[in-house]
Ligand binder design. Structure first.
Ligand code: PFF
Length: 459
């Protein structure tokens, strides 16, 4: 049976770039940069995107398109059923990630509403806002329901259509805001912090964070690209699509920094603001821009964040849904609403872990740590920082040593034998066989030792 899919290559790129561009780019990237010493982090991150993540993205898309299946069924369809454990780990990661991602997405939408109502002091009220369970719970339900509605409409009529509308809007907003930020008084100091690296800042932790972030940001390691790849037309060019997706993702993260740092620094605030940079510092920054400008910039910013999150939540939800539709022959709408409801329930501890419930707020103390970690950060440490690189490692092993690069090249080039001699093919083959398994394997182990056991080997 012909599998329904994206109606065009542009539609696929919009949807996949929509998956990649999300809270990771606009919320997490700038604060990781702020915490990990500015440009040094940016350089390590860009290197990982190019050298490891781009080849893995090509591999994921190719596996999906060849198999025409969800991440679990894909390995079975290719004839390596044992490897479907990789898909299962991917689905587990995506369920965990969406459970907390949706909570943060709900905050973004909540902030959009608050700023729309002129409440610029919402930044100072952040600790109170996140504890208002009825309010944040409702925003979070609303966000999950919107995501589910889009996914329930199918690939071309739901996901692709939404991405084709949301992505250009998102792109325009970020261009306008970054352009405006460049005119602010702090712009040159901010760009210096952001663009000139201090290599002494590159520690082991910066490297793990950069890799974890590159993975998360490019939506790798949990089968999102296998899933979307399974809906790509046989004639579409996988390499040029992956180049476009990677460049859009990296470019938008980069612009998010260009937009945020001048805004924050121009108000005399600290760029090392941590997770609170967006939710605590920015609303006040908007408030100081004057009533009209502040309102316009503030509304646009949180709309941007909400749209970016939405195209990502859609892609995460599609993964388990495609599994249930393919493997369990469930009808799409039923699968969508069932999974969405289940993940929302699983996200309740994350919702409560920001001060509302003492138990979830101080959920676990890692070995060697002095302070407890909240439930939401714990899930993020497990799923995004540990499972994703582990899964990326396994996918690289699979492609390099089981499926073999010849099959990858055949799928990528539509059977053109000359492709294997090209520069790009050599780079892909080398990265997947020699770089990805080693670097991902080592960084995964070091990261787990560092995060959960306090053993920092490269300080
Ligand atoms: N790439 C998204 C972001 O940067 O926010 C998050 C994400 C989406 C991760 C889809 C993984 C995924 F499969």
């Amino acid at each position: 049976m012909e599998r329904s899919g994206f109606s065009s290559k542009v539609g696929f790129i919009a949807a996949a770039a929509g998956s990649a561009v999300g809270l990771g780019n606009i919320w997490k990237f700038p604060f990781e940069v702020g915490e990990s010493g500015g440009a040094a982090f940016v350089i390590v991150y860009l290197a990982f995107c190019l050298i490891l993540c781009f080849p893995l993205m090509v591999a994921e898309i190719a596996i999906g398109r060849k198999a025409q299946r969800n991440p679990v069924g894909a390995f079975v369809a290719l004839g390596y059923g044992k490897w479907s454990i990789v898909g299962k780990l991917g689905i587990l990661s995506c369920v965990l990630i969406l459970s907390f991602y949706n909570v943060v997405a709900g905050w973004c939408f909540g902030y959009f509403v608050e700023i729309l109502l002129g409440n610029f002091s919402i930044g100072e009220q952040f600790p109170v806002f996140v504890k208002d369970i009825i309010k944040v719970g409702s925003y979070s339900i609303l966000f999950m329901a919107t995501t589910a509605y889009i996914v329930s409409r199918g690939i071309s009529g739901g996901i692709e259509k939404a991405a084709k509308i949301l992505m250009p809007v998102l792109f325009t907003i970020i261009l306008v805001l970054a352009g405006y930020a460049m005119t602010l008084p702090g712009a040159s100091k901010a760009t210096q912090f952001y663009l000139f690296p201090d290599f002494s800042k590159i520690t082991g932790e910066v490297v793990y964070n950069a890799l974890g972030h590159a993975f998360f940001s490019l939506s790798l390691g949990m089968g999102a690209m296998i899933t979307y790849g399974s809906y790509v037309g046989k004639k579409d060019n996988i390499i040029s699509s992956a180049v476009a997706i990677t460049l859009l993702d990296v470019g938008i993260a980069f612009m998010a920094g260009l937009m945020l740092f001048p805004m924050v620094i121009s108000q005399g605030l600290d760029a090392h603001g941590g997770a609170g940079l967006v939710f605590m510092s920015l609303p006040g920054v908007f408030g100081n821009m004057g009533p009209v400008m502040g309102l316009v910039v503030g509304i646009l910013f949180f709309l941007l964040l909400s749209f970016a999150a939405l195209t990502s939540t859609v892609s995460i939800l599609e993964i388990p849904v495609s599994y249930l539709v393919d493997e369990k022959e469930m009808k799409r709408p039923r699968a969508v609403w069932l999974v969405a409801a289940g993940i929302f329930v699983l996200g309740i501890p994350s919702l409560l872990s920001n001060g509302y419930s003492g138990f979830f707020t101080k959920f676990i103390t890692y070995f060697g740590a002095s302070d407890p970690t909240d439930f939401m950060t714990f899930i993020s440490d497990v799923a995004s920082n540990s499972f994703l690189p582990l899964n990326g490692f396994l996918i690289a092993l699979f492609v390099a040593f089981v499926w073999k690069k010849e099959n990858l090249f055949e799928e990528v080039s539509n059977g053109n034998k000359r492709f294997a001699n090209t520069l790009i093919a050599n780079f892909l083959g080398f990265s997947i066989k020699y770089l990805c398994p080693w670097i991902l394997g080592i960084v995964f182990v070091l990261n787990v030792l560092d995060t959960f056991f306090g053993l920092t080997l490269f300080g």
